[in-house]
Each structure stands twice: as C-alpha cells, then as structure tokens.
Design a protein. Structure first.
Length: 418
C-alpha cells in the first residue's frame, strides 16, 4: 500500500533496508495555500531495494532541510513501494494520481518501471521527475509531463566509451549487464562511442536480473583489454567479489556504470573494488559547498555515504521547489507545473549545475572516478570531469533520433567473436 507521511513523521529505511528510522520535521511556517502533495515511487523489496531505500532518504533529507515547506506551501509526502516490477509501478502510480491526488510524482527507480507508466502519467497530466533512465521517454517518445535530472541510461556510458578509447587507449572490450532495458541501453551507449573511436566490443553478456552465481559468465571473459559492467542494486557486489575471487580482476581491468560503483554501495565492498574506473552523474567526492553539506548531513542523519539514488531525489526536491516558484499561482495546475519544471535551471545542487534540454532531460556534468583504498576502505576519487554532457553526447540530435532507440541488438555489434 501507499502510505502517507505527515509533516511530523517520515519513516525511512536504513541503507541496508534492515530497519526503519523516524525523522521529525520542524513545524513549518503557516502555509498560504493547501498542502502541495509529493508522491514517491520507490522499491523496498528485491535486488533493487537498496537503491529504493536510498531514494526515500534523499527526499526525506531535502524536506527536513526545508522544514517541510516549499515556497510557502506545506508539503504532504506519500511514499509508494512498487515492488520493483512494471505491474506494481502502474498500480502505485494510479493510486498516487487517482486516490491521493498528488501534484507531482518522484521516481521510479527502474527503466522498465518508467516505461510501464509513461503513457499513464501523460494521459492523466501528472508531472513526474524521474530517476529511472529509460532513453526514449526523453527522446523519440518525449513525454511533456516528465523531466529527468539524473541521466539517461547511456548518458554516462557515452563518456566511458570516450574515456576508455581516448584516455585508456583500450582497443578490445567485453560488456556485461543485466538482461533488461537499463542494461541494454547502457551497454549500447558505451559500445557506440567506444567503437566510433576505434575500439571493438567483442563479446556482450546478459545475466538475468536475479543471478545467484556469476561464475559461468566470468569464465567467458578473456583476451580483452577491459570489461565494462552496468550492474545495479546489490548485483555489483556479487559480481565484483566473484570477479576478484576467480582471479580475473588481476588480469583484466574493470570499468563500471554509475549504479555499479555508486558511492553508497562502497560500504558493502572491499579491495575487490579497488582500481575500478567508473562514470557517474553524481559523486560524493564532488568539491562544491552544496555537495559537502549534503554528504555531511547524510552521514549525520543516516550514517551513510550518499550516492546517485539519494542525490537524485534530493535534486528532484530542488526541482519541485523551483517549479513551484516558477509556476506561482498556477502551481496547482498540473499542466502549468509540468511546463514550469522544464524551465528549471539550478546552479547549486549536489551534482553541480542542472538545466534541461527541450525534451526534459538533464544537461549536466559527468564524472570519471577511480576507486582507491583509503584507510582500508574503498573510495571513489574523481579523476576527470566532462562538463555539460547532453543525452545526445556529441552526436547531431536529429541524426541521433533518426536511429532506433538503444536496445539489446542496437547498434549492431559488428565485432563480436564467438
């Protein structure tokens, strides 16, 4: 069931999802209008639950910072657990819209969830600020009620393809990621840019989302300069431990997408993560004053280092606040509010400057990080920043959109070796 969280109490899961903690918000100033309702679509069970709990923590911290009041509007917050599947996402979205009558939805987490609800939120004219990365929602099938301040699936992976080819000088790569939309789109973005810069992807592996043992897949990794992985949730931990235990890490460098080396995941890892180079649209290592405050407050309130799931929802909250300010007296008109969200431009967020293209997708910095052991713990350190990265990378927008959406078999893998 969805559950309402009053201004006096916000129930948030720990990073491991093992316990619940209670946050109490200070009494807000007298609101000048009816409460503004924010609904969150998150995941509390299954392999993606860790990120889902962190999403709830991120928006919880933002609302605490704002005394649960945005631009004079008292906030009513409603959290809904989708169960991490398309049907659950659709049901919870309907409840938030039809029963709870929210002004805006934050989330969901997974690309397959976003794909399941995009038509519904458009038909019901409900603004949605997405963490999920499904490419086409801000491309060929752009939804005017959706903005995305995180990234498309391939946005960071384009950067990794560029960095691997130009900076690391790798020529031959293998890719491995879960057998679902987010995995396909990540690996395709990497492949496209890597091969456009002279590299070759010679094998692509697709374990199921629920895979108990990665040994049969890792056994196929050989004769390449690197392996790029895009695992999400708790799966990166299992994969990297097996990768190191089987001795492959010592021979073949590991590259990773943002979910595979998310900062919040590092507490579950040891030296098996050391040396991994990753790309991310958010890094806890960011040196801005805003990010340093955010990291300190997350560690104070939750005892965790924040990653993209947490930062994504904190920034989503900032977008809601800016949208209310821009919409003014029309903030309760959901169409007007969606239009306002597309005009949001933020200079001070945990990830850095944020603005949106005309499809509603973020244009923002992407960070290349190297994992190093410090005081016996793995730490991601930024080694290069790519500023103002678009979802279209450096490609011509019209030419990009004239091609099919990234998929398991697009772009065609012309260099596969069997």
């Amino acid at each position: 069931m969805s559950r309402k969280v009053t201004r006096r109490k916000f129930m948030a899961g720990t990073a491991a999802g093992a316990a619940l903690a209670t946050l109490k918000f200070p009494t807000p100033a007298i609101a000048q209008a009816a409460p503004f309702k924010i609904g969150l679509l998150t995941i509390k069970t299954g392999p993606l639950a860790q990120g889902g709990i962190q999403m709830e923590q991120g928006i919880g911290l933002f609302l605490k910072h704002k005394n649960n009041t945005l631009s004079g509007r008292k906030i009513e917050f409603i959290s809904a657990d989708t169960g991490g599947n398309p049907a659950g996402a659709k049901t919870k979205t309907q409840e938030l819209v039809e029963r709870d009558k929210v002004n805006v939805i934050l989330g969901p987490l997974a690309a397959f969830e976003l794909l399941a609800i995009t038509d519904y939120v458009r038909d019901n004219k409900t603004p949605l600020i997405s963490l999920a990365a499904a490419e086409d929602v801000t491309q060929r099938k752009a939804n005017p009620f959706i903005i995305r301040p995180s990234a498309t699936s391939a946005q960071c992976c384009h950067v990794m393809g560029d960095y691997a080819a130009k900076e690391l000088k790798y020529k031959r790569a293998m890719t491995i990621s879960e057998d679902f939309a987010f995995g396909y789109e990540q690996m395709s973005g990497f492949q496209r840019v890597f091969e456009d810069n002279g590299g070759k992807v010679v094998k692509k592996l697709w374990p199921p989302l629920v895979t108990p043992d990665y040994t049969p897949y890792i056994a196929q990794i050989q004769n390449v300069d690197c392996v790029f992985n895009g695992f999400a949730g708790s799966n990166p931990v299992k994969f990297m431990r097996a990768y190191a235990d089987l001795g492959v890490k010592a021979k073949i460098p590991l590259l990773a997408g943002w979910t595979a080396m998310d900062d919040a995941l590092l507490r579950s890892l040891g030296d098996e993560a050391a040396g991994t180079i990753s790309v991310a649209w958010y890094s806890a290592d960011g040196k801005t004053e805003s990010n340093q405050r955010f990291v300190a407050d997350m560690q104070k309130d939750y005892g965790v280092l924040p990653g993209g799931y947490t930062a994504g929802m904190y920034i989503a909250g900032q977008c809601v606040e800016a949208g209310i300010q821009l919409a003014g007296s029309k903030a309760d008109d959901r169409t007007a509010f969606a239009e306002a969200l597309h005009k949001v431009s933020l200079t001070d967020t945990p990830r850095g400057p944020v603005k949106f293209d005309h499809f509603g997708n973020v244009i923002g910095d992407v960070f290349v990080r190297k994992c190093e052991m410090k005081a016996g713990k793995p730490v991601n350190t930024v080694i290069k920043t790519y500023p103002g990265v678009s979802q279209f990378w450096t490609y011509d927008e019209k030419a990009f959109l004239a091609n099919p959406v990234y998929a398991r078999d697009y772009p065609p893998a012309k260099n596969l070796e069997h």
